[in-house]
Ligand binder design. Structure first.
Ligand code: SAH
Length: 214
């Protein structure tokens, strides 16, 4: 690592802490994943800034501090099987892959799945499976999951995803109408039902049913 890389890395971690990402395991996982590997083209040089950026198919890679806060809220354990809905660039899945035993990530745009899979391979991340499918139906073949992270906004936590959560499992999902303020929700499945906790306002692209155009 050059001095410039080390300086950039320190700045990156500093801004995560400043925005409330305190969990040492999460910071450690984020230190290991080069966000630059997930942002191509025009915006590549801004990969280390704490801002969302455009990716192909009209989608966005989330802001690093939001990735950190969502990952922290998910409280992933080393033996966990995790489902992510909304692969996008693959960055969030790569962070999760350092914390969990296995990560399944589902994306409705085939092109994004192909590009994210190539990035996982280049980084040697072998415990992630990316699948082109409509994630609002969950991933029944691999259910149930210890943790589910939805990185697109739904009007309500999708029923099929709630059903695929193990007892004591946690789901983190942005909820609300698109283009208005959404709220990040943490859902915990109990023996008898579900507990809901509101975390913070966020802004995500909408969860859209069906497959994407490309
Ligand atoms: N987690 C991503 C950012 C996600 S942006 C990252 O780290 O880069 C939200 C993504 O959700 C978009 O790529 C969008 O295509 C996808 N998406 C929206 N609705 C979906 C659905 N029903 N099933 C699967 N993916 C969906």
């Amino acid at each position: 690592m050059t001095d410039a890389d080390a300086e950039r890395q320190m700045q990156f971690l500093f801004s995560l802490r400043q925005r409330g990402v305190m969990d040492a395991r999460v910071l450690n996982a984020m230190e290991k994943v080069d966000r630059g590997a997930f942002v191509k083209g025009l915006f590549a040089e801004r990969a280390y800034e704490d801002m969302p950026l455009p990716i192909p198919c009209g989608q966005t890679i989330s802001q690093p501090s939001v990735v950190g806060l969502m990952t922290q809220a998910l409280n992933v354990q080393p033996r966990d099987k995790v489902l992510e809905i909304g692969t996008g660039s693959g960055y969030q899945a790569a962070v999760l892959s350092h914390l969990a035993r296995r990560v399944y990530t589902v994306e409705r745009h085939k092109r994004l799945v192909t590009e994210a899979s190539a990035a996982f391979e280049a980084l040697g991340l072998t415990n992630i499976t990316a699948l082109a499918a409509d994630g609002s139906r969950g991933y029944p073949e691999q259910a149930p999951f210890d943790r589910i992270l939805v990185t697109a906004a739904a009007e309500d936590p999708p029923g099929p995803l709630l059903a695929e959560l193990k007892t004591n499992g946690i789901m983190v999902v942005p909820v609300g109408q698109s283009d208005t303020v959404q709220t990040l929700i943490k859902v915990t499945r109990t023996e008898t039902g579900y507990d809901y906790e509101e975390l913070r306002p966020v802004r995500f692209v909408p969860l859209v049913e069906g497959m994407g155009q490309e």
